[in-house]
Design a protein around this ligand. Sequence first.
Ligand SMILES: [Zn+2]
Ligand SMILES: [Zn+2]
Length: 328
Amino acid sequence: MMQVVVDLFSAAQGWLFETVVQPLVFQLDLGEYVEEAFTGTEWFLVGVCELAILFVILRPLEAMIPVHAITDKRARWNDFIYTALHRLGAFSILVFFLLDPLLASLTELLHLEGWGSFNLDDLWPGVTDQPLVSFLIYLVVLDFCDYWYHRAQHGWRWLWALHSLHHSQENMNLWSDDRNHVLDDLLRDVLMGVVAIGIGVQPGEYVLLVSASRMLQSLQHANVRIHFGRLGEYLLVSPRFHRMHHAIGIGHESHGKNSLGGHNFAVLFPIWDVLFRTTHFGQGFAMTGVRDQLPPPAGKGRNYGRGFWAQQWLGLKRIVEFTRRSTR
Ligand SMILES: [Zn+2]
Ligand SMILES: [Zn+2]
């Protein structure tokens, strides 16, 4: 069964590349990037599959067991644009023509310095080099980095200026995972790419690791009353666990002695929150948003923008505002 899926996927990738992508690449006089374009085609198709699976599974669930009624359909549509852009369109192209060559030269440099030949799956021959075991090890290591990047997104003012866009969604839905500032996304992708190269992840594996992580993150943001039970909540981040992170007053605000503040930063595995004492296993399904966007007196009525361009522009303006405030 798995082999059939793999064969079908390769056939589709080959067809799309030969009939559309390759002619276009040569037409645009970008022949030197033909290899990147082939990998780009793979990322694009993986994105198409993700969107189809998410829509077929999560949309009916959102209709059956929603946390809240959708009060703002435009906000949901806007999140879909982010997802399409990030997983199918401009962003992958950007990553592949900018990031891929950058990472390739970095790998070359590391190899020259005698680095980069390190492979985490060589640790215990016969065990850690089993495909499923090495996949899980890579997933855990990358998720550990994701946890700390997420902590930084809340702890550093200039990064929070960007990440608050993600939190400003009061109508969380299956597309909200990608509602991010493009600068924030680019930074995270560079960081993850460098770590992946550093621990010896192969490009083919990386696509699958990213895809698995993205699918689970879409589920976490869906407007569904789902949790994974007493034990399950410790093993994998559920929609309820992540919603708590988005909750005003609990998830992402300062609390007493924990200077960074906030709870449930884990991206896939709650174990990081357990280890670093940032869990909040609340039972309810909280309402979401950022306090300063609430109308006064509770908040300041801050506007995070309605459409894509307004949201991106306001994010840049917040960097100036927040960093100026911190140096005062
Ligand atoms: Zn966050
Ligand atoms: Zn989130």
